[in-house]
Structure formats: structure tokens, C-alpha cells
Design a protein around this ligand. Structure first.
Ligand SMILES: Cc1cc2nc3c(=O)[nH]c(=O)nc-3n(C[C@H](O)[C@H](O)[C@H](O)COP(=O)(O)O)c2cc1C
Length: 453
């Protein structure tokens, strides 16, 4: 089989977590390992071993530990989601796309596991293998991951799917016991390898230019990537890897897919590229021809003869992953559609719905983190506003300001504006006298029931 060009493999190597049951020939596994051992390593010590698992019993035992670790990881994220927006966003993403759960529960069905192992003795020059004195700790793992990347890229180039996983490491001692791996060997990661169940698009990453510091560290560049910055971009709110169909899919099957997933629409994709969208409305309309076509018993037979390409919208309205959610909201509203395929360079990278956009706005105003809201009508004239004084006071009193939204006064929009400030902590009873003491106009205070919504 001829491999794909390196550039294409690099730009389309994705974390594949859904596989078909098609077996992976030994020849392919060998090609992956031959590529692995071409990698660089500290001092060219080549400190690697690869445990290849095909045995269903062994894979099931390892899966059990991976699954346990995944559940522990999820619990930890859920705990953090109480106080941290990033964790809450991750939880929400998992709720919408439970691929991680499915993967953890079915890992052992993937045809092959490759476990790249690191021989600490090979790095140690005969001294303490637990902490080789000649290698810095960075060099230790840096002596295996280039080999891992060679495996991932070669898998991609040969049409196989793979994903680098490390969750088993929480129970590494147990994994080692199951596989008979000696103490001085570390199981650095686990790479399930199989045939991908679906076609995946290109990798989506922050552009290199945004992370490139020329002639020394550029502080403003680093600051622009503080966590949470992306909360209002389409790429951060969309569902990645949405369920899709092809233009040859029978309308009957498309309808079944929509029913099963509770979706109102499916992006239609050929080779990862968006070619159309089919909605449940298109299907209902397709069932309403003036007459039942000749040769068919009733209109429902149409579902079994028509294909998606016959009824889909061919050039659907789309949005890019870097667009703001305000822009997505505007497009959704002005075109009266319920969702937009998210496309980058012709590749389908996700789908964003009205609900996702609404969730973005809720997070942006801090609805899920703070139940206390101050609304202040103030003059627009500089220095007469009171908003700055209000914000300063809130900050001094330890109330975390989550958002400030401005809204022109409906009766006098030129001179007056309403500011709504939402905070995460703060006691209104204590704050009101303090505000009055500083001559700040009394805001309207709304204390919603905490945790609702
Ligand atoms: C150090 C490391 C550990 C990872 N561990 C896991 C894991 O335990 N389970 C998993 O499903 N994916 C794991 N991943 C895969 C990442 O989630 C994946 O590379 C990332 O989300 C990018 O996916 P994409 O290439 O499809 O965009 C790991 C990746 C790295 C580099």
C-alpha cells in the first residue's frame, strides 16, 4: 500500500477513538514499529520496548483499569466544575459528545494495543535507574515520545486510526503486573490501533504564529492565551466531530440517524469535506409529492429509494471556527436556521446550534457561576457614570466580577445607559450601605436562586 505524503499525514493525524472491527494485519503493526525505532533518543540509547496486545483477555483487563481511571478523571473534573469555568465547559462538551465514555467502555474491542515502554536502565549508565544521573527528567520522556509520534503518523499514512492515551498510568503498577513488565520499565502510553469508523478532518490547532516568540519571550502574546480566552469563539462552543452522512446515504437511514441522535439535521460530507446539509424538514417535504410515484406502494417507500443527495441543501450557510459566537448568533437569526456547520478550508470541523450559542452567552455573562446581579442606570458622560466606582467597590469587598453588560436606556439612549454587573461572591446587605456611602447611585439588585439554570 502506498503511504500518503508526510505533510498530509501530519495535518490530518487525529485522535481516533471509534474503530471498526476490521483486523489490523501484522504487516501494518510491523510498519508502525519499524517507524518507531527510527526516532531520536537521548544519547541514541534507544531505550524503547513495545508491548503489542491482541489477546482479548489481556486487552479486557487493561481496559478495565483504563475505564476506572477515566471515571476517576471525570469525577475530578466534575468536582472542579463547581468553581472553574474551564472544567464546567469540559463537562458540557463530554455531555454533548460522550465519545470518551464509549471509548473507555469499549477499548478492548480495538484490534491492537501498542504500549511503548521506556527502559530506565538503558538511560541510566548503570547508576540509579529511577533517576539516571546523566539525563535530566525532560530527556527521559523525550526519549520515547518521538517514537510514539512516528507510530501515530505512520498509522495515519497507512489509513489506520490511533490515539495516544495515558490514563492507564494511574494504575501503571497493576498494568505492569498483568503484562509481566519488570520494575525498571515504564509503560509510557497506550496506543489503540484499528481502522477508523468515520472520516476525520484536519487537525485544528492555535496557529503557530500565535505561539511564536521572536528574539525572546513576548509577554503580550502569552497573555492573549490565558485560559478562558476562547469562550466566545465558535470553535470552543461547537460540537466537534459531529455525526454526518454521505450524499449516497438513503433518506431512510438519514432519518434513523437523526432520530437516534435527537438531531434535527445532518451535515453531508464527502472525504471530510462538507457538500450539503439535510434536515428533518427536508425529509418531511420529500414525503409530500403531489402523487405517489409509479411503482411505489405509498409515500413512505420514498424513504427507501431516495438518497440524501436528492433532497439536501447543496450550499448550506456555514461559519468558521474562529468566528465569534455573536457572529454565529447573527447568522443563525438572520437566516432562521437552527444550526450551522463549522467549516475550515472546506473541511467540516464541527457543528454549532442555537443552544450552543446560548450556552456561550450564559457562560460569558457568568450565569452559571454567579447568582447576584447589579443593574445600574448611569449617565453616559465621562466621570458621571458610577460604574467604575461600583466595580472598584465590588472588587475591594472581594466580590468577583464575572461580567459587565451595557444596554442603552430605552427612553434616553443618548444620555443614559444601564450596566448589569454579575458577581460570583458578595453580600448585597453589606454592599448597599457601602455604595450609598460613596455616593454611587443605588443599583437594582437581583439575587437569583444559586445553582438554578
Ligand atoms: C500526553 C497525552 C496524553 C493523552 N491521554 C489521552 C487519554 O488518556 N485518553 C484519550 O482518549 N486521549 C488522550 N490523549 C489524546 C488527546 O486528547 C488528543 O491528542 C487531543 O485531544 C487532540 O485531538 P485531535 O488531534 O483529534 O484534535 C492524550 C494526548 C497526549 C499528548
Amino acid at each position: 500500500m502506498s503511504d500518503m505524503p508526510l505533510h498530509e499525514a501530519i495535518h490530518t493525524q487525529r485522535a481516533i477513538r471509534q474503530f471498526t472491527e476490521e483486523p489490523v494485519p501484522e504487516e501494518d503493526v510491523q510498519a508502525l514499529l519499524d517507524a518507531a525505532v527510527c526516532a531520536p533518543s537521548g544519547g541514541n540509547r534507544q531505550p524503547w520496548h513495545f508491548v503489542v496486545l491482541r489477546d482479548p483477555g489481556l486487552k479486557a483487563k487493561v481496559r478495565e483499569l483504563y475505564h476506572r481511571s477515566w471515571n476517576a478523571y471525570k469525577e475530578k473534573v466534575a468536582e472542579m466544575a463547581q468553581t472553574r469555568a474551564e472544567a464546567a465547559a469540559t463537562l458540557e462538551r463530554w455531555r454533548k459528545n460522550p465519545a470518551g465514555d464509549h471509548f473507555a467502555a469499549n477499548l478492548d474491542k480495538v484490534p491492537v494495543f501498542i504500549i511503548p515502554c521506556l527502559d530506565m536502565r538503558a538511560l541510566s549508565f548503570g547508576d540509579d535507574p529511577e533517576s539516571p544521573s546523566v539525563m535530566t527528567s525532560n530527556s527521559v520522556y523525550a526519549s520515547i515520545y518521538p517514537a510514539v509520534q512516528n507510530i501515530l503518523l505512520t498509522a495515519r499514512a497507512r489509513g489506520l486510526g490511533a490515539v495516544l492515551t495515558t490514563l492507564h498510568c494511574r494504575y501503571e503498577d497493576e498494568v505492569k503486573r498483568i503484562l509481566g513488565v519488570p520494575a525498571h520499565i515504564r509503560t509510557t502510553c497506550l496506543i489503540p490501533v484499528g481502522h477508523p469508523r468515520a472520516k476525520y478532518g484536519r487537525t485544528r490547532r492555535v496557529p503557530a504564529a500565535d505561539r511564536t516568540h521572536k528574539d525572546g519571550w513576548n509577554l503580550s502574546l502569552a497573555a492573549s492565551y490565558e485560559p478562558g480566552r476562547g469562550i466566545l469563539r465558535v470553535g470552543d462552543r461547537m460540537t466537534k466531530n459531529p455525526v454526518t452522512c454521505s450524499s449516497e446515504t438513503l433518506v431512510y437511514d438519514a432519518q434513523a440517524m437523526m432520530r437516534e441522535g435527537h438531531f434535527g439535521r445532518l451535515p453531508v460530507v464527502e472525504e471530510g469535506r462538507l457538500v450539503g446539509v439535510v434536515t428533518d424538514r427536508d425529509i418531511r417535504t420529500a414525503l409530500l409529492p403531489p402523487e405517489v410515484p409509479k411503482g411505489l406502494k405509498d409515500r413512505f417507500d420514498l424513504l427507501l429509494v431516495r438518497r440524501v443527495k436528492d433532497i439536501m441543501t447543496k450550499s448550506p450557510i456555514t461559519v468558521g471556527p474562529d468566528a465569534s459566537i455573536e457572529q454565529a448568533a447573527d447568522i443563525l437569526k438572520s437566516n432562521k436556521v437552527g444550526a450551522l456547520p463549522v467549516v475550515e478550508g472546506g473541511w467540516l470541523v464541527g457543528i454549532i446550534t442555537r443552544g450552543d450559542v446560548l450556552g456561550g452567552f450564559l457562560d460569558a455573562v457568568g450565569k452559571r457561576r454567579g447568582a447576584l446581579r447589579f443593574s445600574l442606570k448611569t449617565s453616559r458622560k465621562p466621570g458621571e457614570g458610577g460604574i467604575v466606582a461600583l466595580l472598584r467597590l465590588l472588587e475591594e469587598e472581594g466580590a468577583e466580577v464575572l461580567s459587565v453588560v451595557s444596554d442603552p436606556d430605552s427612553s434616553d439612549p443618548v444620555n443614559y445607559v444601564h450596566y448589569t454587573v454579575r458577581v460570583a461572591r458578595g453580600d448585597p446587605k453589606k454592599l448597599i450601605p457601602l455604595l450609598e456611602g460613596k455616593g454611587i447611585p443605588r443599583p437594582e439588585i437581583l439575587q437569583e436562586e444559586a445553582g438554578k439554570g
